[in-house]
Design a protein around this ligand. Structure first.
Ligand code: G5P
Ligand code: MG
Length: 223
C-alpha cells in the first residue's frame, strides 16, 4: 500500500518479543524506514567508537543506556530523516524517552507485542544476528539457509553478548520496571494497540490487518 502522507509508528514489547522480526515484515509490506535503537548501538560498538565502547558495558549487563544519551541520539537521527515515514523499534523505553519523543514528533500508531517471558527465554538463546543489517535468525523458527551465515550478504552471523540467560533475566526485569510504564503512557493517550501470542506467524496477520486499516483511513483523511 502506498502512503500519501508521513506515517510514524512505534513498536514495543519485551526483549525477544519479535520487534525486529515484525519490523522487517512491516518495512517490507508498508515501506516504512526501520530505526532500531539496539541496532544503532551495536553498530557503534562494532565500529569500536568511544561512545560504543562506553555503552557496551551497560548493554552487556542488561541495563538501559542513560535517557539523555539515548534521546539525543535517536531524536537527532529522526530529525535527519525529516520527511520520511518511520517505524521506531526499541525507543522509547522509559517514560522520560516517551516524553522526549512526544515533544518532538507526532506518533500515529503504537504497536505492542505481548509475548510471555517463558517463550522469550527459549528464543533468545537460539538467536543468531547479522550485526551490520540487524537481520535476525533462530535455529528453530527461521534458520539461515547456510548455518552461521546471513542469507543476503553471506557474512557470518553472531550471537549477541547480551543473550546469555543471566543477562536476558536482567533485561526482562528492566523491561518490567522501566518500560512497562511507557505502555501506560500510550494507553492513556488511546494510542496503544496490543497483540498477544507466542508465535510471530500468528501475531503478524493481525498487525498487518490493523496497519492496512490505519493506512487506508490515513490516506482517505489526506485525500
Ligand atoms: P534491543 O536491541 O532493542 P531488545 O532487548 O529490546 O533489544 P531484542 O532482543 O532485539 O529486543 P526483539 O527485536 O523484540 O528482541 O526480537 P527479535 O530479534 O525479532 O526475535 C527474537 C528471536 O526470536 C529471534 O531469534 C527471532 O528469529 C525469534 N523469533 C521471532 N518470532 C518467533 C517465533 O514465533 N517463534 C520462535 N521460535 N522464534 C521466534 O536493545 C538492546 C540493548 O540496547 C540498549 C539496552 O541496553 C538494551 O538492553 N538500548 C537502550 N537503552 C536505553 N534506551 C533505549 N531506548 C535503548 N534501546 C536499546
Ligand atoms: Mg531487536
Amino acid at each position: 500500500m502506498v502512503l500519501q502522507k508521513i506515517f510514524r509508528a512505534v513498536i514495543m514489547g519485551p526483549p525477544g518479543s519479535g520487534k525486529g522480526t515484525v519490523s522487517a515484515r512491516i518495512t517490507k509490506t508498508f515501506g516504512l524506514n526501520h530505526i532500531s535503537s539496539g541496532d544503532i548501538l551495536r553498530a557503534s560498538i562494532n565500529a569500536k567508537t568511544e561512545f560504543g565502547l562506553l555503552m557496551k558495558a551497560c548493554i552487556d549487563q542488561g541495563q538501559l543506556v542513560p535517557d539523555d544519551v539515548m534521546s539525543r541520539l535517536i531524536l537527532s537521527d529522526l530529525r535527519a530523516m525529516d520527511h520520511s515515514s518511520w517505524l521506531l523499534d526499541g525507543f522509547p523505553r522509559t517514560v522520560s524517552q516517551a516524553e522526549a519523543l512526544d515533544g518532538a514528533f507526532t506518533v500515529d500508531s503504537v504497536i505492542n507485542l505481548d509475548v510471555p517471558f517463558q517463550t522469550i527465554k527459549q528464543r533468545l538463546t537460539s538467536r543468531w544476528t547479522h550485526l551490520p543489517s540487524g537481520r535476525v535468525y533462530n535455529i528453530d523458527f527461521n534458520p539461515p539457509k547456510v548455518p552461521g551465515f546471513d542469507d543476503v550478504t553471506g557474512e557470518p552471523l553472531v550471537q549477541r553478548d547480551d543473550d546469555t540467560p543471566d543477562t536476558v533475566t536482567r533485561r526482562l526485569k528492566s523491561y518490567e520496571t522501566q518500560t512497562e510504564p511507557v505502555l501506560e503512557f500510550y494507553r492513556s493517550k488511546g494510542m496503544l494497540e496490543t497483540f498477544s501470542g507466542t508465535e510471530t506467524n500468528k501475531i503478524w496477520p493481525h498487525v498487518e490487518a490493523s496497519l492496512h486499516k490505519k493506512f487506508s483511513s490515513f490516506n482517505q483523511r489526506v485525500a
